[in-house]
Design a protein around this ligand. Structure first.
Ligand code: DMJ
Length: 477
């Protein structure tokens, strides 16, 4: 039966690629039948890719799908792909596959003599484990989450409360990544993207220490804002001084700082955090917004003067329409998404960095990142406009055309040549395929209004968190 379904969906997909089908498809004509077939197709592709990972890279962090082997970020594996894949497998109903990952997580011993990047393991491993606890309510999983949280928490023990870049999971010593530097200079996203996971960890362990550490780090960044109200990009965690160029933006290196102010407040209504968001969004709109050649960009400005320093954007910034629409600024969200969609059409995928001032690609690579799909999904859920589901259908078609291979999918070295890159980012499992699936599967399968996602798209039900208990367990007023 499974193979028949696969064949049917493959046939459907081939018909989607015929040039005539696009012309015949009128705006607003997306039928539920078509979307169900696409949802099934994404599921089939998730299973196929996951089996590819298991066959060639099980036990490694990342699948290299062209050379058919695994790759580790560090000298020891952390098994990042399984933690990232877990919540997507659950959302799709692959319970047996998910159970294997639960067993893997339970057997894991985090007493590893390895330095890990605090930001990355927080969003991928801690986030993935917390979602696992959400789904299983298994106290042994909660112990695993607590153990992992306790191993990264000492990174926040700096004079400013901003975490060091990396920490050794066994010894608790802090450092730079892979021995580069001493870990004292980090970017704003690495400094302050913890409210969400650490809040959930405090909620479930009933110990406020995690949320309080995350909140102290977020406030430490906010309190160091410039005379015009903007933070910088890199900061010294010991002196609290901004380091390097005076750039500010909402791009990679800053992005999730803003994302978590709003998302954590959605489940943990801490008034102080909401005030920081309200202030920050005003400043973003005042200084970062740049209308240029008929498109809307959020750009790079001088943190002290607001002067535009470089008219350049990165594909990570495409997370922002999602936050704009969920926080109620529909008009700005729609204009912003139109820009990303225009850029996608220009290359058939988003390049990592595009200099819109000079109309040139700065970094042409793509790791099939999720942000543009995530924002189109949020916009479709909130506005119900068909144009957003049409965008998602196009993104799915293009990704399949450029990047599907025998084992799974692969990244691209340059969107101008579509040269293949032997790498499948772990967030392709966590985010990219999940957003495609829930966009096509619809509200009956996954109710957007009842969920909130961490920045790696690990899913949490909003009603898991009682506001009264949250106040006590996280320790806010
Ligand atoms: C993901 O790992 C997270 O969403 C992170 O916050 C930044 N973007 C990547 C995927 O592009």
């Amino acid at each position: 039966m499974k193979y028949i379904l696969t064949l049917v969906t493959l046939l459907y997909f081939s018909s989607c690629q015929a040039p005539t089908s696009k012309q015949e498809q009128k705006k607003g004509e997306t039928s539920n039948d078509n979307l169900s077939l696409l949802a099934q197709q994404v599921k089939d592709e998730m299973l196929r890719s996951w089996q590819g990972y298991k066959q060639y890279a099980w036990g490694y962090d990342v699948l290299l799908p062209l050379s058919k082997k695994g790759y580790n970020w560090y000298e020891e594996t952390l098994g990042i792909s399984p933690y990232d894949a877990y919540s997507t497998l659950k959302v799709m109903g692959f319970d047996e596959e998910a159970k294997e990952i639960e067993a893997y997580a339970l057997a894991e011993n985090w007493d590893k003599d390895v330095y890990v990047q605090v930001f990355e393991v927080n969003i991928r491993i801690l986030g993935g484990l917390l979602a696992m606890y959400e789904y299983t309510r298994n106290p042994d999983i909660l112990e695993k989450v607590r153990d992992f949280g306790d191993r990264i928490l000492p990174a926040f023990d700096s004079p400013t409360g901003i975490p060091y870049h990396s920490i050794n999971l066994r010894t608790g010593e802090t450092a730079g990544n892979k021995g580069e530097g001493d870990g004292t200079v980090i970017n704003v996203a690495q400094a302050a993207t913890y409210l969400f996971e650490f809040g959930i960890l405090s909620y479930y362990t009933e110990d406020p220490k995690y949320y309080q550490a995350a909140k102290r780090a977020t406030k430490a960044i906010f309190e160091r804002r410039s005379e015009i109200g903007l933070p910088g990009e890199h900061i010294n965690v010991e002196t609290g001084e901004w380091v390097g160029t005076p750039w500010h933006h909402l791009q990679a290196g800053v992005d999730a700082y803003y994302e978590y102010m709003y998302k954590s407040w959605m489940i943990f209504p801490d008034r102080e955090i909401k005030e920081i968001w309200d202030y920050s969004i005003t400043k973003i709109n005042e200084y970062l917004l740049d209308e240029h050649n008929g498109h809307t960009y959020y750009t790079i400005v001088d943190m002290h003067t607001g002067e535009i320093l470089k008219r350049s954007v990165s594909l990570y910034d495409a997370f922002f329409p999602a936050i704009q629409v969920v926080s109620g600024d529909f008009e700005a969200a729609e204009k912003n998404q139109q820009t990303w969609d225009w850029l996608w059409d220009k290359y058939g995928l988003l390049p990592t960095r595009y200099h819109y001032g000079a109309d040139t690609v700065e970094y042409g690579n793509s790791e099939l990142n999720p942000e543009i799909i995530e924002s189109a999904y949020y916009l479709h859920q909130v506005t119900r406009k068909d144009e957003y589901i049409e965008m998602i259908k196009k993104y799915w078609k293009d990704i399949n055309e450029c990047c599907k291979n025998e084992v799974a999918y692969h990244s691209i070295k340059d969107v101008r040549t579509m040269e293949e890159n032997d790498y499948l980012a772990t967030y392709f499992f966590a985010e990219t395929l999940k957003y495609f699936y829930i966009a096509f599967a619809g509200k009956d399968v996954f109710d957007f209004d009842q969920h909130v996602f961490n920045t790696e798209a690990h899913t949490f039900r909003r009603d898991s968190f009682d506001p009264g208990l949250a106040r006590v367990r996280l320790g806010y007023d």
